[in-house]
Design a protein around this ligand. Structure first.
Ligand code: SF4
Length: 217
C-alpha cells in the first residue's frame, strides 16, 4: 500500500509519464497471477542450471534470499566470490554495507528479498555478458512476479539496464522512480561502488529515503 493520497497521486503521475514516453498508456491491472508461481517452483525449474557458460565456473547457484512476500526487493548484478562460496546473495563486504543500508531503512535483511541479474559468478567479477543475461533474466522476472514487491531497488548499472531494457547509463535514472511491470523501481548505486566511492553514500541514502516515503509497512 502506498502511504497517502498525495504520494499515490505523485507515483501515478510518474507512472503515466513513464508510459507516455513509451506510448504504452495504462494503469496497473489487479495482479490475478500474484503468487500463482512460488519461489520454490521457480528454484526447482532453475535446477542445476546449465543454460549459460557460467555454469561451468560456479561453486553454487545464488538464487536469491529473503521474504517471499517482501515489500522491498533489491536487485544487484551477480554473485561475487563470497556469494559463490556460500550460495547466498550479498554476503561479502558489499553485502555488509547493503545490510547496513537495509537497517537504516528500518528493515532486517529477512524482511526484504535480495536477488541478482545473474545467479552465477562471472570470472574475476567481470561485468555480465549479454548472452548470460538473456539466458538468466527470465528467472529474475519470475521472482519479481512471485514476490510482487511494493518497490524494487536496483543496485548498479546492469540491474536497471535489464529492467528498463535500455543501454543508457545509471546516471540517467539514479534517484528517479522508474517502473518495471508497473512496479516502481528506484535505481541507486551498487554497494561495491559505494565502498570505492564513499562520497556517493549520501546520494544513495537520499534514494533510499524516497523509497521509504512510498512504503507503508
Ligand atoms: S547465470 Fe543463470 S542462466 Fe547462467 S548458468 Fe547460472 S543460473 Fe543458469
Amino acid at each position: 500500500m502506498l502511504d497517502d493520497p498525495e504520494s499515490l497521486i505523485e507515483t501515478l503521475k510518474k507512472q503515466l509519464q513513464w508510459h507516455k514516453e513509451r506510448g504504452t498508456y495504462g494503469i496497473r491491472e489487479p495482479d490475478l497471477k500474484k503468487h500463482s508461481e512460488s519461489l520454490q517452483m521457480i528454484r526447482e525449474d532453475l535446477g542445476d542450471c546449465q543454460r549459460c557458460k557460467l555454469s561451468s565456473m560456479r561453486t553454487h547457484i545464488v538464487f536469491g534470499d529473503g521474504a517471499p512476500d517482501a515489500d522491498i526487493m533489491f536487485v544487484g548484478e551477480a554473485p561475487g566470490e563470497a556469494e559463490d562460496q556460500q550460495g547466498l546473495p550479498f554476503v561479502g563486504r558489499s553485502g555488509q554495507l547493503l545490510t547496513k543500508m537495509i537497517a537504516a531503512m528500518g528493515y532486517n535483511r529477512e524482511d526484504v528479498y535480495i536477488a541478482n541479474v545473474l545467479k552465477c559468478r562471472p570470472p574475476k567479477n567481470r561485468d555480465p555478458e549479454s548472452d548470460e543475461i538473456v539466458a538468466c533474466r527470465s528467472f529474475l522476472f519470475r521472482q519479481i512476479t512471485a514476490i510482487d514487491p511494493q518497490v524494487i531497488i536496483t543496485l548498479g548499472r546492469p540491474a536497471i539496464q535489464l529492467l528498463l531494457d535500455t543501454k543508457e547509463p545509471l546516471s540517467k535514472f539514479r534517484g528517479m522512480f522508474q517502473f518495471f511491470q508497473n512496479i516502481p523501481v528506484m535505481p541507486t548505486y551498487h554497494p561495491a561502488y559505494l565502498l570505492r566511492s564513499p562520497s556517493k553514500k549520501k546520494d544513495a541514502w537520499e534514494d533510499l529515503q524516497k523509497v521509504m516515503a512510498t512504503i507503508k509497512k
